[in-house]
Structure formats: C-alpha cells, structure tokens
Design a protein around this ligand. Structure first.
Ligand SMILES: [Zn+2]
Length: 545
C-alpha cells in the first residue's frame, strides 16, 4: 500500500513537472511588410528593450523565407500560424476569383456574420475560408478547448486568420469609428476591457498631434531625401515631408484611416494587446494561452513611402518603442518569465521601381490589364471568335482565370489556351514565362525554384488556370509612387524570425528556415500536435532541451 502511495505521489509530481515546463502564454507577433534587412538598417536608431532585446537575448533565424507565391498579407499570416502554404490552407491571396459564385472574394469575408461594437459592414468577417487548423486551434484541442486564444490586429484578416477557427475572439479596428471590434462569429457582445479601452478614445488623442520625427533628420542617414517624388501624399499634402499634419489630414479624410496609415496604429495595437492579456487573464490559468498579434501600420507606411523613406525608418523607430512597452509589461506581469514569443513578418517589399531606374537598375510596373487584353486578343483571333472577347475573365495573384463557358463553346483546353497566349505575352520584356497550372504537379520535383513556389501557392479549387512568371524587381499593381510586394524573390520572401522567452536559447542560426517551420517548432516545444495541415520541420537549436 505504502509503495503504491509513493508511486502515485511520484507520478503526480512527474505530471505537474511536465506541465510546469510549458509556458503559460505564447505570443506570435507579425510585423506587416517587415523585410529581413530592416533590423540591421535601422539598428542604430533602435533603443534598448525592443528589437535589440530580441536580437541580443533571443534566437535569431537569419535566413527565413517564404516558399510560395504570392507573398501577400493573408497567405503570409496564415502560413506562419498553420505551418503550411496556400496549396493546403487555401488562403491563396487577400482576394481570389471564386468559381462557385463567379465573383472575386475577400479571404475573410463572411456575410453571415456582422460587427459587434461597430459599423455593421466592418464586422462581416470570419475564418470560414481557412481550410486547416492554426497552432492556436491545436493548443485548444490539446486540452479540450480550455486554452484561451485571442487575435489582435488593425487589419481584420491579420487578426482572424492567425487565431484560427476556434479562437475565443479576434479583434480589429473599425476605421469608421477608431474603435476595436469583433464579429458575431466569435461572440455577441464586447467584453468590458474592450469597451473600457475604446472609451479612452485613443484614436482621437493620437491624431490630435502632428507626426514628428523621433530624432533630428540627420540621424536618418540610411534613408533618401525626405522630399522624394517617389513617395505618396496624404490628402491635402503638397509634399511628402515631415511633420505630417495629422489633425488637418484627418479633418479632410473624415474617418480613422490615418490610424493604420501612421505609427499611431502601432501604439494602439501594443496598448490593446496589453489590455487583452490583462482583461482575458491570458497566461494566468492552468493551460497555455495564445495571443496572435500583428502590427499593420508598417505595411501602409511601406506601401506609401517605400523602403528608402525617412517615414519608414521613423515608423520602425516608433514600433521599437511600442515593442519595448509590450516587452516591459510582459516582464512585470510574468515575473517567473513563463511566456514565449516569436516575431516574424508576412512578406517583405520591393524597392520603388522609379528609384531603382534612376540608379540604372532596369524595372517597371507589372500591368495585368495589358496582359489580359493581349491574351484575349490572341484567343479571339485564334478562334475567330467574333464578339467573344473575354476568354480571360479574371487576373488575381499572378494567375489568369479562364472563361469555362467559352472554353466549352470553342472546344478548347486551358493547356491549349496557354499555348495560344504565350507567344503574345512573351513579347513583354518583364514576362519570363507563362505556365499552365496543370503542369505544377510536376513542379514539386522541378529544379526551378519559382515553379516550386507556384506549386506551393496554388490551390486546385481556388487557383487560376495559368501563372505569369516575371523577372525580378518588376512591381505588381501600383502607380508611380510607393511600392508593393507579392513576388517569389528575395526582397519579398526574406523576413525576420526571432524567438524569445522561456526555454529559448540565446543565439543565431543562419541555415535555411522556411516560414512553415514556425508552427511545428512551437508545437514541438509545447508538446502538442503540430497544426493538422502542417508540413514544416522543427527548427533545431531554438529551444533548450
Ligand atoms: Zn502584409
């Protein structure tokens, strides 16, 4: 009898020791559009306690890449937290053409739900188009849904998709009111802590002052001139220069679009994340909780001003302070240090083509309306199709969607259509190849890395019928100012990845890591199953054994 008691006590101790090894809170941080090199470009401008704290005391994977096209926000966030790519998780772009309805759809749109706490249309979002589990879903499944999961981001897709399908709530910013909201997919009312934060009217307070530089402009020596013809303007501005008069711009714009478009949105995101941890008691229960957190403003600032701008550098200086606010809070709120976090990005960004051209680097703007016109003309001519001219009915995510009714009428196949349009499209200097989607199955074994990236970005039920393959540096879908992302190339696919906190080794790893390795690495550390669609690998050396 005594023996049994001793054995039982030992077992109980062993079990509690096993549980105690787990962190109480996991925070997955995404910085929207943060390219890998930004940490080092802006290093001298950073203070202590933000990015430098992560690099100096965390585990830095310096060669982390996206392995699919297109490198856009929704697929990026989804791939980080699901450990798989659009090929499996189905989030093939921010938008795509839906064959069932013959219409373009938004990745998170859901007309069956509505806003809780804000403008109804700004809450018609849910993760219903996500086809797999996120790491947060797996955390919940591991303990019969006792873990709490909260998503926070100004962009609804960046809040919803990482938090997965079974999250307790995902919160995003209602740009009409400047308040944080959710949708009826998650709950029917806002918790008191959300209302309390909204009642502070931080958006009004933050937009009551000008956006000033954090340092004298001479310190931003890694940037180009503040007054650059390649930068976009806010409404009413004549030049893209500091200080940006936010109160005046806001009065012209009427809504709260300036919150996501300036570093003010990062302050609100960090503050709201802290309120979420406190308000939901995250990390204070028996089981590990998860907070997914994404900073959206660096993407808007990057699109408008580009990587060489003083605005972008200052955005990161201010984000660094917001990260310090969050990290300092975590240290005091979890005195035992029983939390773990990682920071990465959903994609990088290209340089502004005009800026590159000015320096003898040949590139330009990708123009899908011109390619669609050329393809339709070639097909119309080939089939003597008279007034039938819309053989290509949509172009999304570097892909053409063909018109199946016309394919039937002219008894053709998508492979034949690609053969017909290819000679015309190859006349464009920026087009490297035109690839039928049906050939991509072979691409998983191909030596061509771009083909492989198409394969992993292609979903058979949601993708288009052919892919357009471009030379590097050409930019998708922007005007003469600002820049964008989406390509398979280094500048869009190489992002930071740093782990930090409980159990994390201090160090640096420069071997190749894929973005889909993050979720299985966290799952392995938490001793739970990796997400159900995951095919990433555990990154060696991140956690102490
Ligand atoms: Zn993004």
């Amino acid at each position: 009898m005594k023996k049994i008691l001793v054995f039982t006590a030992a077992l109980a101790f062993a079990v509690s020791a096993q549980q105690a090894e787990r962190p109480k809170l996991v925070i997955g941080i995404v910085v929207d559009q943060m390219r890998y090199d930004y940490i080092y470009r802006f290093w001298d401008l950073f203070g202590d306690g933000g990015f430098k704290e992560l690099v100096n005391n965390g585990y830095n994977c310096t060669s982390t890449h996206y392995t699919y096209v297109p490198t856009f926000t929704a697929p990026g966030h989804t791939s980080i937290f699901t450990g798989t790519t659009p090929w499996m998780h189905g989030i093939i772009g921010n938008n795509w053409f839906e064959r069932e309805t013959n219409k373009p759809v938004y990745c998170a749109e859901d007309k069956t739900v509505t806003a809780v706490g804000g403008t109804p249309a700004n809450g018609e979002f849910s993760p219903r188009r996500l086809l797999v589990n996120s790491i947060a879903d797996e955390m919940k499944i591991s303990n019969s849904f006792h873990s709490k999961v909260i998503g926070v981001a100004i962009k609804e897709r960046s809040s919803i998709l990482p938090a997965g399908r079974s999250a307790d709530a995902a919160y995003w910013l209602d740009r009409a009111t400047g308040k944080w909201i959710t949708s009826t997919y998650y709950r029917t009312d806002l918790p008191a802590w959300v209302n309390n934060y909204n009642n502070l009217k931080r958006a009004d307070e933050l937009l009551s002052k000008k956006w000033e530089l954090s340092f004298p402009i001479e310190k931003y020596s890694m940037c180009g001139p503040d007054d650059s013809k390649f930068e976009g303007l806010f409404k009413g501005e004549e030049k893209p220069i500091f200080p940006h008069d936010l109160p005046t711009i806001k009065s012209l714009m009427g809504d709260y679009e300036l919150i996501p478009s300036t570093p003010m949105g990062d302050i609100m995101t960090a503050e709201f994340a802290i309120e979420a941890i406190k308000g939901e008691n995250l990390g204070k229960g028996e089981f590990t909780d998860i907070l997914t957190l994404s900073f959206s403003p660096p993407d808007y600032v990057g699109h408008r001003y580009g990587p060489q701008s003083v605005e972008l550098a200052d955005c990161y200086v201010k984000l660094d302070k917001d990260l310090k606010l969050l990290f300092d809070f975590l240290k005091s709120h979890f005195p035992k240090g029983d939390y773990v976090l990682f920071l990465s990005a959903d994609h990088g960004v290209a340089e502004i083509p005009g800026f590159l051209r000015q320096n003898h680097i040949d590139c330009g703007l990708i123009d899908f309306s011109a390619y669609t016109k050329a393809a339709n003309a070639a097909l119309n001519n080939h089939f003597n199709a008279g007034t039938d001219s819309n053989f290509v009915i949509n172009a999304q995510n570097y892909q053409f969607y063909f018109n199946y009714d016309l394919m039937k009428k002219y008894k053709t196949t998508s492979e034949e259509m690609v053969e017909i349009i290819k000679p015309e499209l190859m006349k464009f200097t920026e087009i490297r190849d035109v690839v039928p989607s049906s050939s991509l199955d072979e691409a998983s074994n191909s030596a061509d890395p771009v083909r492989k990236k198409f394969f992993f970005g292609y979903h058979k039920k949601r993708g288009g019928d052919c892919w357009i393959d471009f030379v590097p540096a050409w930019l998708l879908g922007f005007g003469n100012t600002g820049t964008s992302h989406g390509s398979p190339f280094e500048y869009d696919s190489h992002v930071p990845l740093i782990f930090y906190g409980m159990g994390v080794n201090k160090g640096e790893n420069n071997s190749a890591v894929e973005i889909i390795d993050i979720a299985p690495t966290i799952a392995n550390y938490l001793k739970i199953m990796a997400p159900n669609g995951s095919f990433g690998k555990v990154i060696q050396g991140v956690f102490k054994k």
